[in-house]
Design a protein around this ligand. Structure first.
Ligand code: ADE
Length: 235
């Protein structure tokens, strides 16, 4: 089936990704044909008796580096003309909500998960279009990072969330964090749900939620307000 977005994920640990991608909203989206994801074991493209994918770094130093041959073969076998190849690395561009949205509009994404101390620079120079980091910390490999990017972008694919409205009240949309949520019972262990939410007055509820979003953002993440040139408080 031809889906709006096709994803190929290249990793040395396919099981880490398949378990995750089969579950919950992403698993449901794949079943419903909203996106398709193929997870490939890079070792499939490694040659020789031991199918080595890594080697010692030229110049010495700690750890091992992923060899160029299997990575070139893997990427070249899944890449098409309109593909964007994304390498997950801590020195990449930081994943943000706008970046997730931008990537959701692509037709074909190839995610390359690295391991060891990194990958041969020639792969990055020749075949990688974008490099993405999920935060300022170092993981043992990029597979979970790829799943994080896929999860964040999949929410923007029409039909994935069920209710598209959820996107507009997300944290980081309009440079604001989200508001507090409550469900039944209205009183639990003596704690009451804010009265306004029980009022049925939608205008008042919206006003309360917006005020909560602003206060929440001011207290927890004033940095996201000050960084946004379009934010009302920066004019
Ligand atoms: N691989 C290792 N650490 C990573 C990070 N922070 N983001 C993306 N890929 C990674």
């Amino acid at each position: 089936m031809e889906t709006a977005l096709k994803i190929d994920l290249l990793t040395l640990f396919p099981g880490m990704a398949t378990g995750y991608l089969e579950e919950s909203m992403i698993g449901r989206a794949i079943k419903h044909g909203l996106l398709s994801i193929d997870v490939h074991d890079i070792r499939k493209w490694a040659k020789g008796r031991h199918r080595e994918t890594d080697d010692r770094p030229f110049g010495g130093g700690a750890g091992m580096v992923m060899k160029p041959e299997p990575l070139f073969a893997a990427i070249e076998s899944v890449k098409r003309e309109a593909s964007t190849v994304i390498y997950l690395a801590p020195d990449g561009e930081k994943l943000t909500q706008p970046l997730a949205q931008e990537l959701s509009r692509e037709k074909h994404l190839v995610f390359l998960s690295g391991h060891y101390e990194g990958i041969d620079q020639r792969v990055r120079d020749c075949l990688v279009d974008r490099e993405v980091s999920i935060g300022d910390y170092v993981l043992t490999n990029g597979t979970i990072a790829a799943c994080v990017v896929i999860d964040a972008l999949a929410r923007y694919i029409p039909g994935v969330l069920g209710e598209e409205k959820s996107l507009t009240q997300d944290s980081f949309t309009a440079s604001l964090l989200t508001f507090p949520q409550f469900t039944r019972p209205a009183e639990f262990r003596g704690m009451q749900v804010p009265e306004v939410l029980l009022s049925g007055n939608h205008a008042e509820i919206e006003a309360w939620r917006l005020a909560q979003r602003k206060e929440n953002t001011q207290i927890r993440r004033p940095d996201i307000i000050s960084k946004d040139p379009n934010h009302e408080s920066n004019h």
